[in-house]
Design a protein around this ligand. Structure first.
Ligand code: ATP
Ligand code: MG
Length: 261
């Protein structure tokens, strides 16, 4: 059972306001390690921060939502639609754009190909579908300048980019296709201050434009100041969901380490 949206009509391109993203009974084990145990939660528009100690299951949840990992059990629903994600491209076509330093981009492909991966511009020629390379390169340059990223040449493979530039390419893709849901797993962990500021700026703009943005981070002071909603995970479970204005770092840490339950 696949829930593929036709590439000609990506859900993320509809411009529709994001709806709810719901996880019900989602579990995942790796051998004896129960990485996720019966996750039930609903994500809404705005910025949701996911925090938790190392190994809490944060990345596993992001990988399931981005089509990288299949859950053992449980359902994922975006709006009214049940998702059965089979790959990151499949997730993207369903409106979920994800951003990891390592996973989100195809290393050997150039920037333009990465932005359009799975949603290439084509035209009909003698009954054949022909890729519109020049139009895509132009659109890629326009999108990058729209998000204030200066990359000299969209024809370079993404493996030649810095961490911040890679994040920017993935974010440009989310902007270009109006992804209603954007997932970020420690997006600025490996970045310098200038790149961090640029990435945070794009994230802020995605949130302001009404997207659902979900961010995994270890930077608790920053996320408490930025997020609309916080989720604390511990040992594969969600142990607390809270409005950041109604908590403090001490309480959050207590939930993270389990001295509060
Ligand atoms: N591919 C895998 N194979 C085996 N075990 C895995 C795999 N991925 C995750 N795990 C295990 O699942 C648990 C949750 O890992 P996960 O990466 O989701 O944690 P995390 O909350 O993202 O941690 P961190 O903050 O360190 O990134 C850990 O015990 C981890 O060792
Ligand atoms: Mg992780």
């Amino acid at each position: 059972m696949q829930s593929k949206t036709a590439p000609s009509q990506p859900a993320g391109n509809s411009g529709a306001a994001p709806t709810e993203l719901r996880l019900e009974g989602v579990s995942k084990s790796y051998g004896g390690v129960r990485a996720l145990q019966e996750i039930n939660t609903t994500f809404r528009s705005g910025l949701t921060g996911i925090i938790g100690d190392n190994g809490a299951g944060k990345s596993t949840m992001m990988k399931i939502l981005s089509g990288v990992t299949r859950p053992d059990t449980g359902t994922i629903t975006l709006g009214e639609k049940a998702l059965h994600l089979t790959s990151p491209v499949d997730a993207r076509l369903s409106g979920i754009e994800s951003l990891y330093q390592d996973l989100a981009l195809a290393d050997t492909l150039d920037i333009t190909s990465n932005i359009f991966l799975g949603r290439e511009m084509t035209r009909s020629f003698a009954g054949l579908r022909v890729l519109q390379d020049r139009a895509m390169a132009k659109a890629a340059r326009e999108t990058l300048s729209q998000v204030n990223i200066r990359i000299p040449d969209v024809a370079v493979p993404v493996r030649a980019l810095s961490g911040g530039q890679r994040q920017a390419v993935a974010l440009a893709r989310a902007v270009r296709f109006n992804a209603p849901v954007v997932l970020l797993d420690e997006p600025t962990a490996a970045l310098g201050p200038r790149e961090t500021a640029a990435v945070n700026d794009i994230i802020g703009r995605l949130v302001d434009s009404g997207r659902m943005v979900i961010i995994v981070t270890h930077d608790i002071p920053a996320i408490v100041g930025m997020a609309d909603h916080l989720i604390v995970m511990r040992a594969g479970r969600i142990v607390r969901e809270v409005d950041p204005r109604q908590t403090n770092q001490e309480e959050l840490l207590a939930y993270m380490v389990g001295s509060r339950t």
